[in-house]
Design a protein around this ligand. Structure first.
Ligand code: BGC
Length: 406
């Protein structure tokens, strides 16, 4: 079945777009009257993100890691390198905490070959752009084809995941804001793009990620977080027993290079139907599914963009339920709500038993990514929700991960 177009545009122009975002971030002494509405701070709260050294990059730049804690003992750690989510400690049904994220002990791991975008802020445009080309306002742009023959996750050395962001702890909340301005032409993208990513750990056991961006030239923007979750504990084996629910009747089939064909098709009768919970390993496509008709993507395993039900209707109002992941053994549950139209479900098919934090090993399918985003290669598909941000508009999106145990 082919479903049709999305009438609602992703971005709305607001006056805040005129502000240069770095200039309006509060410092640690800011009071409740901060000029930035996203960063309301309070002197009353003792809460403040603690900071530590995360090592120097190969280029000699210092990096830091911030610790966020909530009243229930949950801990998230985020680094200035790639505005990356490094650790997330959550309890099981008996109250035992483990770190559920793939990652490395310091920045050298994140700069090394074993890093497959672990926990990073991914962009300027996450996922693929066909052959690294797009045309905007009559001009053709050429980007790095770092995932031959396509552009992947923002390109080369200046992809957002490989840059050192500026951090501002948000006083009074377990929250840190990261900012970065990517100059016009960086990685081939037009426009000076000023970005802000805020991580907040709430007392309701939610990890909330808010993204913000403005530009001075029209440019595609599609930001996501690339966390790899294993709710049994990162490095504790594969995730084939994890039960997944996706609020998606449809997905976007691709060609053999994982570029969408432009169609939107039903999951009905395919191994992509997660409208009711299924174990990831139950029907995992383990053959070259381009040769079959049942789920048209050239990947061994899951690596598919799902269309979140209801996006066109409620866009701009509420966050929609996108996904629920449960590890039946530990009872840990993660629910994801977002305002994005799509979610990329990637079952860690390229994990290669690399070593990570504390000498843990991350095996094939040892973690799952659930990346909320606009559809891959949207810039080349007029029928997909637009990813073009224009001067005077503000890119603004939110994803919330809620944790519990049962
Ligand atoms: C993509 C995969 C890719 C992986 C890289 C995911 O977002 O969907 O195709 O291999 O990122 O880590």
């Amino acid at each position: 079945m082919q479903t049709n177009l999305f009438p609602v545009l992703k971005y709305s122009g607001v006056i805040a777009a005129m502000l240069f975002m770095n200039a309006c971030l509060p410092d640690q002494n800011d009071g409740p009257g901060s000029s930035d509405p996203d960063l309301k701070t309070s002197k009353s709260g003792a809460k403040k993100a603690a900071t530590a050294d995360f090592g120097k990059t190969k280029a000699g730049e210092p990096t830091e890691i911030y610790t966020l804690k909530n009243k229930n003992g949950l801990i998230a750690k985020v680094s200035t390198f790639g505005a990356t989510l490094v650790e997330l400690h959550i309890p099981d049904k008996d109250g035992n905490f483990v770190d559920v994220l793939n990652g490395f002990d310091d920045v050298s791991g994140y700069e090394g070959e074993d890093n497959q975008y672990f926990g990073c802020t991914t962009g300027r445009v996450c996922n693929r752009i066909a052959k690294g080309k797009f045309t905007l306002d009559g001009k053709e742009y050429t980007l790095a084809t770092n995932n031959d023959p396509n552009h992947l996750h923002g390109g080369g050395d200046k992809a957002l995941s490989k840059q050192v962001w500026k951090a501002v702890p948000v006083v009074g909340q377990a929250a840190v804001a990261f900012t970065l301005t990517s100059p016009d032409g960086e990685e081939g993208y037009p426009g000076n793009l000023s970005m802000k990513v805020i991580y907040t750990l709430t007392d309701d056991n939610e990890l909330r990620i808010d993204y913000n961006a403005t530009t001075d030239k029209a440019t595609p923007v599609n930001l996501t977080n690339h966390a790899y979750f294993n709710l049994g504990g990162a490095g504790s084996g594969n995730v084939l027993n994890h039960e997944l629910t996706l609020n998606a009747d449809n997905y976007t089939p691709t060609d053999e290079t994982l570029i969408p064909t432009g169609k939107v098709e039903s999951v009905e009768g395919t191994p992509l139907d997660f409208r009711k919970a299924h174990a990831i390993g139950e029907r995992i496509p383990d053959k070259d599914v381009t040769k079959t008709d049942d789920c048209k993507t050239a990947t061994l395993g899951y690596d598919h963009n799902f269309v979140i039900n209801g996006w066109g209707r409620s866009h701009g109002e509420d966050l929609l339920f996108a996904a629920r992941l449960k590890d039946p053994k530990s009872g840990r549950v993660m629910e994801i709500h977002t305002d994005q139209p799509g979610i990329q479900f990637y079952s860690g098919n390229f994990l290669k038993a690399q070593k990570g934090k504390g000498d843990k090993t991350y095996p094939f399918r040892g973690a799952v990514c659930l990346e909320t985003q606009h559809f891959p290669d949207s810039v080349n598909h007029g029928n997909f929700p637009s990813t073009i941000l224009k001067p005077g508009e503000t890119y603004k999106t939110t994803t919330v991960h809620k944790f519990s145990a049962e």
